[in-house]
Each structure stands twice: as C-alpha cells, then as structure tokens.
Design a binder for this molecule. Structure first.
Ligand code: GLA
Length: 728
C-alpha cells in the first residue's frame, strides 16, 4: 500500500512486514525517513536532527540556518557538487561544463500496478500484486527532471526502484553517473555482505563491518562478472539466518555495475548502487531521457534466511517469465563434459539412448555443432550446422532424439566472434576494437558490437534460422569473455561513453526477440559458468548455469552463496563424472545427485559409460526429483548450516508453503573415525503438526525444530542423506 500525505509531502510505502518512508522537506529536499519493520504510520522525520556541524555547507534556501546541510541529511537521491560530500547518485555534465546536480521535489503520482521500463528488465506485477509511486525531482538550473520510480510488492516485502532523467533544457547535456538506488541510514553499525569469487568459484559471501569511508564492489567487465555480484546485503552486526535486521539490494542489470557503501563522519551509512560510471558518458539531447536499470530491495526484520525467501518468492512470481513460471522444467543431459568438441550425431544419440530410459527428458547439444567449431579457437559467429558432424542438420538429429522420447536443446554464444570465422572475415568492424590497436583476445575470441542494430539483426537471423529448422525446446545462451576494447565503429567519438550500456541494451533486445518469437523455448543463461548470474538476465532466462565448477563439494559453497538472493529454480546444476574434471575430487553419485537437485537438475557426462549400478542410482534420482519437484523448486528454502563454517556437514531444507512437507538434504565433509551422534534441528515446520520422517520416525514439528533429526554415522567422505518429512 502506498500512503501519500499530500499536505506534509510524506510518502509511506507499506508491505506485509516492512515500511519505507520518504518526505519532501520545507526546502524541497527529498528525505529518506525510515526503512524497517512495519509500523502503522506517522511521520518519522522527527528522527532527523540538525546542528551546526563544522565543514558541512548549507544550501541557499537555508539562509542563515547553519544546522541544515545536505552533507548530513538522509536523502532519497543524493546530489553532486552542491554540499553533500558523500556518494552522489547522479552526476551531470552541463552545457556550461559544470559537473553538478541539485534536485528539489516537484510532484508525485500514484498508479495501480507495477511500472515497466522500456528496453530494460523489471519485476512484473498487475494491479493485484503491486503499486507504483513516481516522485519527480527537478534541477531548475540544469533544466533536468529526475523521476524516481517505486514499485511496491506488498506480499513479497519487495520494493523496487528505478530512475529516469529527462533533459528539459534546449541544449544537450551529459549524464556521467546515474545510480538506481540510494539508501541512507541514520546508523552505521552495519555489516556489508558481498558475493565474490572467480571463474569456477562464484558468489562466495564476504562479510565485514562497515568502516569509515567508501567500500564496495563492482564490475568493469561489461557483465556482472564472476568476481562480484550485483546483490549486496547490509545487516546488523549480530544478524544471522534467523535473527536481526537485514537489507538486501539487488540490481537487475547485466553490464558493469557498482555497489558502494559509505560510513560517513557522523556514523550514517549510505548505499548507492547502479550501473558503473566507469567510461559512462551519455548524451541527452533536448527532450531526451535516460532510464537507469531497476534495483529491488527487501528488508527482513528477522534474519538473512527470511530476506532470501522473500527474494526467492518475488523472483519466482514476478521476475521469471510466465510460460516457464508454472511449468515443470525438464531434467536434462548436456554433452559438454561428456564429449567437449569431439562428437557427431551418432555419439549424441548414443548418450540419449542411455539417458531416456533413466528418466532424463531433454538433450542439450553444447558447443561445437556449428561452422568450423572443432575447438575453442574458431567458428564463433558462423551459426550454421556443421553437417560433417550432424549430417542432415537438426532436421535429421532432432527426430532421432524425439523417437527416444527426448526433447532437444542447443548451445549458442551470439555475442561473440572468432577471427577465424566467415563472419569476422566479412565484417571485422563488427567486433569491438579500438582504432589503431590490435584487438585484445580472451579465449581467443572477440566481442561483437551489440550496440549496433545491424550486427544484432544479422546474428539473430542466422540463429533464428537454426532454431526454426527443428523442434528446439531449450537454448543455452552463453557469453564466454569480458568486454575490452569497448569502442563502436558506428558511434562518433563523443558518444563512445555510451557503448558499454548500449551493448547491454542490445543483449536485452536480442533476448526479448528470442522470447517473443520462441515463447515455448526455455532459455538458460550462462557466462563461462556463473559470470552473469543476476536479475537482469533472469528476466529473460529463467535459469542460469551456476558455475563451470561441477564438483559437488565446491558447489555446496557456490549454491549456498547464490541462494542469498536467487531461488533454487534459477540455479543450473548438473551431475558430472568423477574424478571431477575441474578439481579431481571423487564424490559418490548419490551426493552429486543430492547437490544438483538443489538446482534445476541435470546430468553432464557420458551416460553410455555408466555402470548398471550408476544407472540405477540415476533412475532413482530423476524419479525422486520429479516426485518432489514442487517442494524443491517452489518450496521455501532454508540454509541449515554454512559450508564455509568447516563443520562436519552442510545441510539445507525445502519446506512446502503450506508446511505439509519438507525435504532435508545433508552432505558430509571428509569422514573421520569415532564419530559422535549428531542431530540436525530443522526449520520452518508447523510446530503443532506431527511429521513422519522417512517413514521411520514420527515427531511433532516443534520437537524436530528444537531437538532435531538424529543423523546417521557418515559411511565415507562426502556422503549424503535426505529426509522427507510429511505432516500427518
Ligand atoms: C562455457 C560454459 C560451459 C560450456 C562451454 C562451451 O564455459 O560455461 O558450460 O558451454 O562454455 O564452450
């Protein structure tokens, strides 16, 4: 619910469990007055006090009042160059050459339903799910209007924000920073949690108390990156899974981003998050506007677990595209780790022949099916089927898979090109390259200039011809290198600062077309594993390959970190061979299955080489997964332990929304002799109901949550067990 007190210019956004409030004060400054546990109402601006602080300047409206300073006030969208020395939200380069922005309140509008953003991903919500508030600010000297958008999802405790900047003057101006969210707190005794790592070890939580000055994470790689995720948390020092005030901030953006937190001189905290100002300089002609990507905030008054579950629900219900939202996604087999580039149609059909009777439903043909792509040095850009490998093309292959009862999916990497390709030989200027410099290679490939419509149209036509040539039900959209040499041959020098962002808009345009033309195709995102795992991609691709690291034990960490924001149903996870191809570890097949089914679930190995015993396990796993699909994929997710704590085991739990059933999964670390008797208290059950545990124990919910499930002795390294709980 959005409450607008027009007399006092007080705006109160109410969700089920939280309240967010802002107020335009007597000088037109839009103040942030409160974000926290739900309160009935009232004007929280009494919390904001002023005094004559040395070195904190006063805006002209304050006259001789030295107690009023932008430098100390909590604000909704901080200005720049006019007296607030903390993190700015916006920076303008005005026709005069001045770099400043000074914003004052002008008006508001309340609308039923959730706003949408043209060309950009955003949470979706009809009138029954969400409301919109638009507050307009103005900088009269700069002749700029700034619209702040708020989307309020009551049920999910989610508040979204977006920003539109409009040049109302007669001359062009430049935008050099345009954050999506600025969140000011009157306190700074908070921890910042970021999700960091590298290729093969993405999204490991890193938590530290805010210290003085600016700290944070970002990416200048043109994608969210393996190294940092555009999702951060601020929480009380003692906040844990089940206790404490936590704030999540998630950016729906697939390009370079920045998330900075600042602890100021008087112990206030500010979080500013948005696209990265690195190399960003956007020209706004008279009358033109720029829209910054959406950010989505969740406040949980009772711990990190609740914050995650609110995000999971919001993402499942309001971000994931409708056709995929309700359907059961197929259990898949992907041939990448099974064959790499070395396959032909018969080999693929061989794998499929073993897979189909094991309950696997979708066959995904990975990299290597097109052009001269026989290794990863050539072929990208030539999107036609290599008929030496696949005689008769997809038209011949797909019916063979269908006969086995399997649907078909395909890998593409549309944003890239190899120099050794027909595409590059014909159009070298279509790659991002800096004039007079030799291009920087990565995985021996270059990045196509997706800021250009002609480049996109060409690539789309090629790929679409392949997708239309057979019954394709799944596409894995990969992106295997970061952006460098970011220069577009199609833009004049003064607009080169737009290329990073135009590239992302180009990617969104392609994905939008793909989703519109092939609504029945499930698209999985991927970027060298989990290098672009964020809300922007999830809007178009309901699942994303979590990591190129398929080792079950490393995956415990990667999937644990990922779960702080993103639901199980978005995390691409596969069972692969042992010793694991990435780290050589040997884990039991059961364990690999338990870990992969805490994601979208599939296999990525040559099943034709499996023993009969392994096949029997796989058959059991796929049947178990399908039986409990709703519970696992749409239930509430509880992290029971952290794999980073070096405890004897890692455990997590899925609970159905009506608390009638739960599934607890446990994976041990390396085994030791003389094990003690361990018990695992579970979460989220109805304390008053009685649950049957794996058909051999019946206990009340309160007992299971307080005392726990007795765990068996672990029979070896990295073993797994699961407990299915059913309310009687
Ligand atoms: C990336 C992906 C892998 C695989 C290869 C193919 O690394 O993450 O899953 O598709 O590309 O080249």
């Amino acid at each position: 619910m959005i409450l607008c007190d027009e007399k006092n210019l007080l705006f109160t956004l109410q969700t089920k469990n939280t309240t967010y409030q802002l107020k335009a004060d007597r000088h037109g400054i839009l103040l942030h007055t409160y974000y926290g546990p739900k309160i009935a109402g009232g004007d929280l601006s009494y919390l904001i006090r002023g005094m004559d602080r040395g070195c904190s300047p006063n805006p002209p409206e304050a006259g001789l009042d030295r107690t009023y300073s932008l430098d100390t006030l909590p604000q909704e969208y901080s200005s720049c160059g006019v007296g607030d020395f903390r993190l700015p939200s916006i920076e303008l380069e005005l026709p005069s050459g001045s770099r400043s922005a000074s914003l004052r309140y002008r008006g508001f509008e309340r609308r039923p339903g959730k706003y949408a953003l043209e060309g950009l991903p955003a949470f979706r919500g009809g009138e029954e799910a969400a409301e919109t508030l638009v507050i307009t600010l103005e900088d009269t000297a700069a002749q700029v209007a700034v619209e702040l958008y708020y989307g309020v999802f009551e049920e999910e405790d989610l508040i979204t924000r977006a920003v539109r900047v409009i040049n109302q003057g007669g001359e062009p101006l430049r935008l050099t920073r345009c954050a999506s969210v600025c969140l000011d707190f009157l306190r700074s005794d908070l921890d910042l949690i970021t999700f960091d790592g590298c290729h093969m070890m993405e999204r490991c939580p890193d938590r530290a108390p805010l210290r003085s000055g600016v700290q944070g994470v970002g990416s200048v790689r043109g994608a969210a990156s393996h190294q940092h995720n555009p999702f951060v948390v601020l929480c009380g020092h003692s906040a844990s899974e089940d206790y404490g005030l936590c704030y999540g901030a998630m950016l729906l953006y697939s390009g370079s981003f920045e998330a900075l937190a600042e602890r100021s001189q008087y112990d206030n905290a500010r979080l500013v998050m948005g696209l990265n100002p690195y190399h960003f300089r956007w020209t706004l002609q008279s009358g033109e506007s720029f829209t910054a990507p959406e950010a989505a905030m969740v406040c949980s008054p009772c711990g990190l677990g609740q914050m995650s579950r609110q995000y999971h629900r919001a993402i499942r219900h309001h971000l994931i595209d409708a056709p995929c939202a309700g359907e059961r996604r197929p259990v898949l087999i992907n041939n990448w780790e099974a064959t790499y580039f070395n396959f032909d149609a018969d080999k693929l059909v061989d794998i499929a022949k073993t897979a189909a009777p094991l309950g696997i439903e979708l066959f995904v043909m990975d990299d290597g099916w097109f052009g001269q792509r026989n290794d990863d040095n050539r072929g990208l850009g030539d999107w036609w089927v290599n008929t030496a490998k696949l005689p008769g093309g997809l038209e011949a292959l797909v019916p063979r898979l269908k006969e086995l009862g399997m649907t078909f999916g395909i890998w593409i990497e549309p944003e890239m090109v190899n120099e050794d390709s027909d595409l590059y030989r014909a159009h070298p200027d279509w790659a991002l390259t800096i004039p007079r410099r030799s291009p920087t290679r990565c995985r021996n490939q270059l990045v196509l200039d997706f800021s250009r419509a002609d480049v996109r149209d060409y690539v789309y036509a090629q790929i679409s011809a392949v997708l239309s040539s057979a019954d394709v039900r799944y596409v894995k959209w990969d992106m295997n290198r970061s952006l460098t040499d970011v220069y577009s041959a199609a833009l004049p020098p003064e607009r080169q600062g737009e290329v990073y962002h135009r590239y992302v808009l180009g990617v969104y345009d392609m994905l939008r077309r793909l989703r519109a033309d092939y609504p029945h195709i499930l698209v999985e995102g991927c970027a060298g594993g989990g290098g672009r795992f964020e809300g922007g991609m999830l809007y178009y691709t309901p699942q994303i390959w979590c990591s190129d690291n398929t080792d079950a034990i490393d995956r415990l960490k990667i999937q644990y970190g990922t779960s702080f924001c993103y639901p199980v149903s978005t995390m691409g996870a596969h069972v692969s061979v042992v010793p694991n191809e990435e780290n050589g570890r040997v884990t039991p097949m059961e364990t690999r299955g338990v870990v992969a089914m805490a994601g979208t679930f599939g296999y990525e190995m040559d099943l034709s080489k499996c023993t009969e015993e392994e096949k029997a396990i796989i058959r059991r796993q796929t049947a178990f997964f399908k039986e409990h699909y709703e519970l696992i994929q749409r239930g509430d997710y509880y992290r029971l332990t952290s794999p980073f704590d070096h405890g004897p085991y890692t455990a997590w739990e899925h609970v159905s929304p009506d608390q009638s059933e739960a599934l607890v999964s446990v994976v041990s670390g390396s085994v030791w002799a003389a094990q003690s008797f361990l018990t695992l208290p579970v979460k989220g059950l109805d304390p008053r109901r009685t649950y049957r545990v794996n058909d051999d124990l019946t206990l009340p919910g309160d007992v299971l949550m307080a005392a726990g499930i007795p765990l068996p002795q672990f029979p070896g390294d990295y073993t797994a067990c699961q407990f299915y709980l059913k309310a009687e």
